[in-house]
Write a protein that binds this ligand. Structure first.
Ligand code: CLF
Ligand code: SF4
Length: 478
C-alpha cells in the first residue's frame, strides 16, 4: 500500500488488526476503555504520541507577542524559548491572518492535524489574541486539534475558557518546584500589574503553575509539562519535578536541553551557562521514565513552525507568500488522507510485530543506531540529505526511539563537506550504525573508521534496525 505522504509499499505480512474504533467495548474493563479513549485523543497529535510524529504534522501561529515573566534562557527579541530554539524570530500575525494561514496549510498539508499557539511570547499573556485565533479556527476548520503552551502564570484564570473552546492539550513549562532553584532561573515575574523580583516572584509563579496543573486535571484536559534542563541549576532537581507533576496528573514530561550561546544574548548565554550533553539528557530522561511517560522527540520548534516535527517548512509559508494563497481546506479530502495514513500505520505495526516475533530471543547488549528518515516510520532518506538523525536503542527484541541529533546536511555541492562529515560523525559517534537509503563511498569509509557501520536499505525502521542488530551480534560473538 502506498503511504499518502511517502513512497514505500508495505506488503501486509499479517492481516492488519481491525481498527480498535470498530469493536464494541463489551468485555473491556473500565481501565481498558479509558486507555482506549486516551489513545484516541493523542493518536493524531505529533507531540503527545511518539508514534504519531512520524506521520502527522503540527503548525504554530505566532499571534502572542507579550510575556509576563523573564527566564534567564530567553532573549525577548526572539521567540519564547520554552517551546522554541533560541535565536529564532517569527513573523507576528493577527488572529485573522493566522486563521487564513491555517486554512491554507490545512489544504496543502492535509496531515497537519494540530494547531498550536506557543509564542513568540506567552499565549496567556495575550489572551484575547490567543482565544480569538482559536475561535476562528474552531469555526472554520473543526477537525484541527487546538493546542497551547504557557509558562503557567495566568493559567488558573483561563482553564474554563480553554475547556469551553475544546482545547484538549495544554503544555506548561515547569523548571522547578522549589522556589530556591527557581530564583536562579527567573529574575522577575509580572503579576496583577506589579513586578515581583527574586524569590517573591518565583513563589507566585510556582503556586500558579501548581494551581493551573490541578485545574487542568479537574477539567480533564491533557497536560504535558516541559522542563528545560540546566546543568548545575535544576538538573538534579528535575527528578523531583517529575514526581510532583506526575502526582498532579500530568500526562507527559518533556525534558528539553538548554540551548545556550553568547550570540543569543540571554543571561545564561552571556554568562557561559552550558547546556547538557546528549548523554546527560538521556540519562536524566531514563531516570525519570520509571515514573511517567517521557517525551523524547521534541524538536524545540519555532513559534511559526509548520510540518512534521523533524522538518521545518515555515519558509514556504511566510506572510507574503501565504497571504497570496487561496485556502483549499476540504474536510472530506483531509479525512480520506487520514484514513490512508491510519491504514498504513496499522500495516507498519503488523510488519514491526512480525519482525520482532521472528527475532525474539533473549535481549542482548543495548546499542544505538542513527536513522536517516523523512518520516512515515521508514528508513527513506539519503545520508547526504539528512538534516537530523533519529536515534533508536536496539536490544535484539525491541527498537525504541530515544532521541534525535540535529546536523548540517552533508551534501553541500562540494563545499565544506569534509568539515561537515567530521561534525556528523562526532554527533553520532556513540551509535554502532547509521541506517540510510543510500550512503556515498567517501562517507562510508570515514564512518567505518569511526566505528559507525554504514547500513543501506529502504524499509521499515524497526525491520532494518533488527537486521543490523543480528549482523552486529554475529560479528561481535565471532
Ligand atoms: Fe506546538 Fe507544543 Fe502543542 Fe506540540 S510543539 S504547542 S505541544 S503542537 Fe512539540 Fe514543538 Fe516540542 Fe513543543 S515538538 S517544541 S513539544
Ligand atoms: Fe521568554 Fe517564554 Fe520565558 Fe517569556 S516564558 S521569558 S517568552 S522563554
Amino acid at each position: 500500500m502506498l503511504h499518502p505522504t511517502g513512497t514505500l509499499t508495505i506488503e501486509p505480512q499479517t492481516q492488519p488488526k481491525k481498527s480498535s474504533g470498530s469493536c464494541s467495548c463489551s468485555g473491556s474493563s473500565p481501565k481498558e476503555i479509558k486507555d482506549q479513549k486516551l489513545q484516541e485523543r493523542i493518536a493524531k497529535h505529533p507531540c503527545y504520541s511518539e508514534e504519531a510524529h512520524h506521520h502527522y504534522a503540527r503548525m504554530h501561529v505566532a499571534v502572542a507577542p507579550a510575556c509576563n515573566i523573564q527566564c534567564n534562557y530567553c532573549n525577548r527579541k526572539y521567540d519564547c524559548a520554552n517551546e522554541s530554539r533560541p535565536g529564532v524570530v517569527s513573523e507576528l500575525l493577527t488572529p485573522e491572518e493566522a486563521a487564513h494561514k491555517v486554512l491554507v496549510i490545512a489544504g496543502k498539508i492535509p496531515q497537519m492535524t494540530v494547531l498550536g499557539i506557543a509564542g513568540p511570547g506567552d499565549p496567556l499573556a495575550n489572551p484575547e489574541k490567543t482565544f480569538r485565533t482559536f475561535e476562528l479556527i474552531a469555526d472554520k476548520a473543526p477537525d484541527i486539534k487546538l493546542c497551547l503552551s504557557t509558562n503557567g502564570l495566568m493559567l488558573p484564570d483561563h482553564v474554563d475558557r480553554i475547556k469551553q473552546l475544546n482545547v484538549d492539550h495544554v503544555t506548561i513549562t515547569i523548571n522547578m518546584v522549589d522556589p530556591k532553584v527557581g530564583e536562579k532561573i527567573y529574575p522577575w515575574v509580572r503579576y496583577n500589574r506589579r513586578r515581583y523580583r527574586g524569590i517573591e516572584g518565583v513563589k507566585i509563579l510556582h503556586e500558579r503553575q501548581m494551581e493551573g496543573l490541578q485545574a487542568l486535571q479537574e477539567a480533564d484536559i491533557l497536560c504535558k509539562v516541559n522542563s528545560v534542563m540546566i546543568p548545575g541549576i535544576n538538573d538534579e532537581h528535575l527528578a523531583e519535578v517529575d514526581e510532583v507533576i506526575r502526582s498532579k496528573g500530568a500526562f507527559l514530561h518533556n525534558i528539553m536541553p538548554l540551548i545556550s550561546a553568547p550570540e543569543h544574548g540571554t543571561y545564561f548565554g552571556l554568562n557561559g551557562q552550558r547546556g547538557p550533553t546528549p548523554k546527560e539528557l538521556k540519562s536524566l530522561q531514563d531516570k525519570c521514565s520509571g515514573n511517567m511517560k517521557m517525551m523524547r522527540h521534541c524538536r524545540q520548534c519555532r513559534a511559526d513552525a509548520v510540518g512534521l516535527l523533524g522538518e521545518d517548512r515555515s519558509q514556504e509559508f511566510t506572510k507574503t507568500k501565504f497571504m497570496e494563497m487561496t485556502p483549499e481546506y476540504d474536510i472530506q479530502k483531509r479525512q480520506e488522507v487520514h484514513a490512508g495514513i491510519d491504514q498504513f500505520r496499522e500495516q507498519l505495526k503488523a510488519t514491526k510485530e512480525q519482525k520482532a516475533a521472528q527475532k525474539k530471543r533473549k535481549t542482548g547488549e543495548k546499542i544505538l543506531v542513527a536513522v536517516a528518515t523523512k518520516g512515515s516510520g521508514l528508513v527513506n532518506q539519503h545520508f547526504g540529505h539528512a538534516k537530523e538523525f533519529q536515534i533508536f536503542e536496539v536490544d535484539g527484541a525491541e527498537v525504541k526511539f530515544v532521541g534525535h541529533r540535529k546536523i548540517d546536511h552533508y551534501c553541500q555541492g562540494g563545499y565544506g563537506e569534509e568539515a561537515t562529515l567530521n561534525n556528523i560523525i562526532q554527533a553520532i559517534s556513540d551509535c554502532k550504525a547509521v541506517l540510510a537509503s543510500k550512503i556515498g563511498d567517501c562517507p562510508q569509509g570515514e564512518l567505518r573508521k569511526a566505528g559507525v557501520e554504514p547500513f543501506e536499505g529502504y524499509d521499515v525502521i524497526d525491520k532494518l534496525a533488527l537486521d543490523f542488530y543480528e549482523q552486529y551480534s554475529k560479528k561481535t560473538q565471532s
